[in-house]
Design a protein around this ligand. Structure first.
Ligand code: HT7
Ligand code: ZN
Length: 876
């Protein structure tokens, strides 16, 4: 396949200032007439051809300035339209008619149908599946769209921008015209037509502009969209308050569809969502679902400025809109909920997804310099690490200067297709600082490690911190330069008192931030009257790993006393991880796990500390997962041994604190109405982690079974079902609960996804048989991405022991399934396949089986570009 390079960027020879689209919708034969005002750029030679992108298109007709083109003036294939012999005039009108089949489109990009609703997905390169066009993000155009369809099948006709004329036609058809005054790239185009229910509301912007809000969902599910509407209005107000950004159209519409490749899409004025991120009611959605809806609604809305008003020059700059918008949605959720708890959840996510990506064969810079398939770069590195880079800019410059830089970004680049260089420049101009070394964060892949040593000198009352940064080679980057790493810190004295140093020598320290800029640097603090315990990386101020000399008692001290909850949680995690990894090795060697009473005591203290947020206490009790432990081990992974080590810790903690856990579990029971807010969610998360410990201590499913039956909300019901399957998989209680769940929710796809997930995660060798059985279930289909992810995705990326079986059967099954999915939906297949990216970390037997499975995929002729790209990079 072709490889695209950042340095090959060239602006287009032609512009398209105006785009008129006319859709005659038909399930199998939709006619798209596109009328483009084309402008040749100054200096472009008259004989330069116009080359438009296409993908599986059928050309019906083509005219310029009203005259049909002769056969010898253009060359057309399904993927490309090249027009020669263009008029000499600087501007001319090109009319192209194509025919497409939305029903046959199972790739879910371009125009397709989801439960009979016509919808589009154009990012990144889907618009070319609708009509021939300059389908690239730096080509901005003003769109006017006419949509025509059969009235009974599609009473609703939506597109971007503001609504215009509409009317009825003969033959039971009708039409609507939409005009979007804001020039936009083709990837932000959207059209939706179908029969849907709606909830409406209004929002008045700070300058008094009324905006009509609509959320369109399947008929009968309207009440489930109320939380999303509330989240939307809060997002609109927050963006005004925190970033000075107002909405800029008369309407803002959201449509929820059930077949969608990703979470949602920020099309201008017409966001299209995976219904998983819109629909929620206490009886059907968990607290995690509610938080996800709030975050994704905000994320897509925030794109209106960071992505739409200012878009990307090319797809290498994807993090310009995605990293920044993730940063914005993280800040929004932090303001809506507990900041520390939100931050810990982000750190957990980053470590679980981005760190392994950065440590494996698919590692790439936040701004990649080359790709074969852009759809494979909507990654955790571009999104989450991209957000961390923005957060570090704020940490380095301070909140006020950061805001000045953002204001300058909006002022200077509104209406542009911008680059990362543009973004960095606004912060340099706002602060007067040189950020060229910092900019390496966009170019160097991999997670830096900080090796830290300390020295306290009682005689001189000085405390020294020496930090050495290192960054391992990643694909295409054998050697790396030192980066600018902001390390937020504090020094703790007796009882956790914060010690303020009198002065600092050596590397740069400003306020509470150590600025590490050399490969190895020393920071000396004077006026320190007792040996302090350093608290480093507060708020997880940089996406790095640390190896430090802190003793187990220093870590326990931090976990108990630091004022920063993120560091407390990190210290606890480090303490537990070191034991969990050493025990995994013991268990693999046939020895029993050993548990220290000090860790058990510490966990108890955190669990029972009423001064702490319940959600934080739950995070502490949720000991590192099997994949967290695997990542810590890094090599020679044996998932069975890891499970043994983890369960031994849980059992020891459960036995030690059983009685008090039970008391707390009972106290936390809530009898009033369900409230999805942070406080309620925190209480439930603590109670539900206690349910797991208590069930392990009880050794029987009674308590989980009772909770399952009595729960008045999905969070508690799903948590109970999870304990039943994880801990008592073969019991009658578990089977009864699974059957009851299916009987109650069999008609509700989003809820049934949870039923598939929980079973795909059942630990041990029996999981594969279960997954095979569930693939035959009447509700299972590889055509629906949510369902496929809930079974195949959960099994392959979430079930450590079930998927990574020693006999390699999990991998074999997965390889065959990926090949089947690839024929329907290549993007989905490629994304699922990334579950195998860490295959080299396993013990030799599993590693060899994984290699064989990957090789069996690579050997197939006719793979999609998407899967070929992932499988070849994974094997390289
Ligand atoms: N910007 C959106 C990305 C997206 C996407 C990309 C490729 C294929 C399908 C897709 N659906 C949505 C989502 C976002 O980051 O907000
Ligand atoms: Zn986004």
């Amino acid at each position: 396949g072709q490889v695209f390079h950042l340095e090959d960027y060239k602006p287009t020879d032609f512009l398209i200032p105006e785009t008129h689209l006319d859709f005659r919708l038909h399930p199998e034969r939709t006619i798209v007439k596109s009328t483009l005002k084309i402008e040749r750029r100054e200096g472009v030679a008259l004989d330069t051809p116009l080359i438009l992108d296409g993908d599986e298109l059928k050309l019906e007709s083509i005219c310029i300035d009203g005259v049909a083109l002769g056969d010898n003036t253009y060359v057309v294939t399904p993927d490309r339209l090249e027009i020669r012999g263009l008029p000499e005039a600087e501007t001319f009108t090109l009319e192209i008619t194509t025919e497409i089949n939305p029903t046959a489109n199972r790739q879910l990009t371009g125009l397709y149908r989801s439960s009979n609703v016509y919808c589009t997905q154009c990012e990144a390169e889907g618009f070319r599946r609708i009509t021939y066009y300059l389908d690239r993000p730096d080509l901005l155009s003003v769109y006017t769209v006419r949509v025509e369809a059969e009235t009974s099948a599609a009473p609703l006709l939506l597109s971007n921008g503001n609504p215009g004329e509409k009317g009825t036609l003969d033959d039971g058809r009708h039409f609507a015209i939409w005009h979007d005054p804001h020039p936009k790239p083709a990837y932000l185009f959207a059209l939706v037509a179908g029969d849907l229910g709606v909830i409406t509301d209004t929002f008045t912007t700070a300058s008094g502009r009324p905006v009509n809000l609509g959320i369109y969902v399947e008929h009968g599910k309207e009440s489930r969209a109320l939380y999303a509407m509330d989240a939307l209005k809060r997002s609109m107000a927050w963006d005004e308050e925190k970033f000075g950004r107002e909405y800029d159209l008369d309407v803002f519409n959201i449509v929820a569809v059930s077949d969608f490749n990703m979470g949602a899409m920020e099309n201008k004025g017409l966001n299209v969502f995976n219904d998983k991120y819109v629909l929620a009611e206490p009886d059907t959605a968990t607290d995690v679902d509610y938080a996800g809806i709030e975050a994704v609604i905000a994320h897509e809305y925030f794109h209106n400025w960071t992505g739409n008003r200012i878009t990307c020059r090319d797809w290498f700059q994807l993090c310009l809109k995605e990293g920044l918008t993730v940063y914005r949605d993280h800040e929004f959720s932090a303001d809506m909920r507990s900041r520390a708890v939100k931050r810990i959840a982000e750190v957990k996510g980053l470590k679980a997804h981005q760190f392994p990506e950065d440590a494996g064969p698919l590692a790439h810079p936040v701004r990649p310099r080359q790709f074969r398939e852009i759809n494979n770069f909507y990654t955790s590195t571009v999104y989450e690490k991209g957000s961390e880079v923005v957060r570090m800019i704020r940490t380095i410059l301070g909140a006020e200067t950061f805001r000045k830089g953002m204001d300058l970004y909006f002022e200077r680049h509104d209406g542009d297709a911008a680059t990362i260089e543009d973004f960095i420049k606004v912060f340099e101009d706002a602060s007067g600082e040189d950020l060229s070394q910092f900019a390496l964060w966009y170019d160097q892949a991999g997670t830096p490690n900080l090796a830290i040593t300390y020295d306290y000198d009682q005689a001189t009352k000085t405390f020294e911190i020496e930090i050495e940064q290192s960054l391992k080679p990643t694909p295409g980057q054998p050697s790396k330069k030192p980066m600018h790493i902001p390390i937020q810190f504090g020094l703790l004295g007796t009882k956790g008192r914060e010690i303020r140093p009198r002065a600092t020598k050596g590397g740069l320290v400003k306020d509470d931030v150590i600025h590490l800029r050399k490969r190895k640097e020393r920071f000396t603090f004077s006026g320190i009257t007792e040996r302090p315990v350093p608290s480093l990386l507060r708020g997880f101020s940089a996406p790095v790993t640390m190896t430090s000399e802190l003793t187990r008692s220093d870590l326990a001290f931090l976990a108990r006393n630091d004022r920063d909850e993120v560091t407390r949680w990190q210290a606890l995690t480090q303490l537990l991880n070191s034991k969990l990894t050493s025990n995994s090795k013991r268990v693999r060697g046939g020895k029993p796990a050993t548990i220290e009473s000090s860790s058990i005591r510490l966990l108890g203290e955190l669990a029972f500390n009423n001064a702490l947020d319940e959600a934080f206490r739950a995070l502490c009790l949720n000991v590192p997962s099997e994949s967290d432990i695997a990542r810590e081990l890094g090599a020679n992974i044996d998932p069975e041994a890891i499970l043994g080590s983890r369960d031994a810790l849980i059992l020891a903690v459960a036995e030690a604190h059983g009685e008090k856990f039970e008391q707390l579990y009972n106290e936390l029971e809530h009898h009033g109405a369900f409230n999805p807010d942070a406080a309620g969610a925190g209480r439930r998360s603590l109670r539900n982690v206690l349910l797991d410990y208590l069930s392990v201590a009880d050794g029987n499913p009674k308590r989980a079974s009772k909770q399952f039956k009595q729960a008045n909300n999905m969070t508690d019901r799903a948590a109970a079902l999870n304990v039943l399957v994880q801990r008592f998989g073969t019991s009658t209680a578990t089977n009864d609960a699974l059957q009851a769940f299916e009987a109650r929710y069999g008609n509700d796809a989003l809820v049934m996804d949870k039923w598939f997930v929980v079973q795909a995660m059942q630990p041990g060798e029996s999981a594969l048989g279960k997954v095979n059985e569930l693939m035959k279930h009447q509700l299972f289909s590889l055509d629906n991405p949510n369902r496929t992810r809930s079974l195949i995705g959960a099994f392959s990326s979430g079930n450590q022991t079930g998927f990574n079986r020693a006999d390699g059967k999990g991998y074999q099954f997965f390889a065959e399934t990926i090949l089947t999915i690839d024929k329907k939906n290549a993007q989905l297949a490629a994304r699922l396949l990334t579950a195998m990216r860490s295959w080299r970390s396993f013990e030799p037997e599993r590693r060899e089986h994984a290699r064989e499975a990957l090789a069996s995929i690579a050997s197939v002729a006719g793979l999609s570009t998407d899967v070929r790209d992932i499988v070849e990079r994974t094997l390289a």
